[in-house]
Design a protein. Structure first.
Length: 198
């Protein structure tokens, strides 16, 4: 069963492939083998964006499609940047500018609780859809640290850790990440799809 990973972001693609690895009966297809149109992220929530991406890409490609949307939700900012995480500082999706804006807004703020949230969506060409969520709680650091990862990883410290996600090796991050938690909840559905049981 060919399943298209519905992202054009090479960082997200790499994480998804590493996390899910080989699932018996599933052949992963990427944007390189099956190009698809960019889906505008116009939803008001992560759920809406994940749903929109999975459905539109599946309908365009004719393949079962696994897509996701992720965001950083900061308690002191009322849940922002949330669904606007990638474009927090503007439409350019500039990771460095997003982190700088976040740190400026959090300057002097004592309550630094935050969480990363991923909503994964699996859509079939016949219109059926499943959603799964993953959450990673933590705090916002006072400065960016580390060279690994992407997005807000340099400023996010997971619960029980002193390091930011960007200071961890990829396999360490993958073991605890919000994306892993959502994708692992999607794994049984993908296995059922491969067996023809969906």
């Amino acid at each position: 069963m060919r399943v298209l990973i519905g992202t054009r972001n090479p960082h997200k693609l790499g994480e998804i492939v590493r996390i899910l690895g080989e699932i018996p009966g599933i052949q992963w297809v990427t944007f390189r083998e099956c190009p698809f149109s960019e889906v505008p992220e116009e939803g008001a929530t992560l759920e809406e964006n994940a749903r929109l991406k999975a459905i539109m890409i599946s309908q365009e490609s004719g393949l079962p499609t696994l897509a996701e949307d992720s965001g950083l939700e900061v308690v002191a900012l009322g849940g922002a940047p949330g669904v606007r995480s990638a474009r927090f500082s503007g439409e350019a999706k500039d990771y460095g500018a997003n982190n700088r804006k976040l740190l400026e807004l959090m300057e002097g703020v004592r309550d630094r609780r935050a969480r990363f949230r991923t909503v994964a969506a699996l859509a079939l060409p016949d219109g059926r859809l499943w959603l799964r969520e993953g959450v990673l709680k933590g705090t916002i650091a006072t400065e960016a640290r580390g060279k690994g990862g992407f997005g807000y990883d340099p400023v996010f410290v997971p619960e029980g850790e002193a390091r930011t996600l960007a200071e961890m090796a990829p396999e360490e991050k993958d073991r605890i990440s919000h994306r892993r938690r959502a994708l692992e909840r999607m794994r049984p559905l993908l296995s059922a799809l491969a067996r023809g049981e969906l």
